[in-house]
Design a protein around this ligand. Sequence first.
Ligand code: 0PR
Length: 365
Amino acid sequence: MRESGCPEEDLFSFLLSKRQEDLGYRNILSSMCTPPHPVAARAHALFLETNLGDPGLFPGTVALEELLVRRLGTLMHHPGAGGYATSGGTESNIQAFRIAKKVKPVKFPNVVVPASGHFSFQKACDILGLEMRVAPLDAEYRMDAEAAAGLVDENTVCIVGIVGTTEYGVIDPIAALSEIALDRDVFLHIDAAFGGMVVPFLENPAPFDFSLPGVASISVDPHKMGMSTIPAGCLLARDPNHFSCLNVETPYLTVKQECTLAGTRPGASVAAAVAVLEYLGMDGMRAVVSGCMENCRRLIEGMETLGYPRAVTPDVNVATFSCENPPAGWRVSRTRGGHMRIVCMPHVTRDVIEAFLNDMSDTHA
Ligand code: 0PR
């Protein structure tokens, strides 16, 4: 550290110079995050110093966390779901595995995860000493439910299904997985970190949530399509008592037990997540999602016209193509299968898509 402090103006010109090295979101087509909605930023500022890790000190913020869980539980067709605000999909996935492992205590536990699983499942298995059994995908990158069933044995503590896969934006056959979970009495965790804030706002979505009786827990992230500030995730469980198996004693805090992974936890991003849901309502979210889906369709159509076929028709706003290089100045990502991947987040507007297609066609020419 410096011996004596830096003048504020010098400090902030230094910080600003670093901030300017960051890429603006405009030409970023690879991210599942997006600039926060203005009401999220405003709410975040209001709750800056709140700490959900010591709930007795912040009862108002705690009430907002409860409201978030109730809103998202209701969205997932189970208003009585238990839950808490996590730091994102990774923490939610780790905590879901912790619950599943406690629910079925066996000596050599394994979990069945689709090959499309986010790398957070690898972290979770490593931390928790779980064997990860990888279920193959079908030709459209969805989990092969029959093959998954074949991997389940008496040591399987959890099956994972994904709603909106990170790489190809497809939805696994959750209804079939729900049947398998009930049949074989296994905990079924749904990773809807991305799709949880998309699918409920589509027209006539196939059931993927607590409306299916085998679904035990769901992760859904407000800091992705929920346009909240970072970090904002949420883990929901059908049975609220499932969280009590994670409880540890917290003798000197204002509450005596906690089930969360993090200790000190931000209230600001939770208030921001609630703010967006309340401000937009179902109608507002439908409008945002339908815009993103429309842009995604336009992108696919435009790319195919230029001779770059889609890898698959996605269920959510993630488009993938057989295409080598993006035009200069654009950030896209690449799937493990070698496809160009573009996430049509809210900042990827129609104008951005048209500008990208224009640059692609110049490259093509
Ligand atoms: N589950 C799914 C289906 C995900 O897509 C992700 C993240 C996670 C879990 C983990 O969530 P957290 O990162 O919140 O813990 N998917 C994005 C990805 O890996 C995360 C991301 C976001 C990456 C923004 C880059 C970026 O700029 O692609």
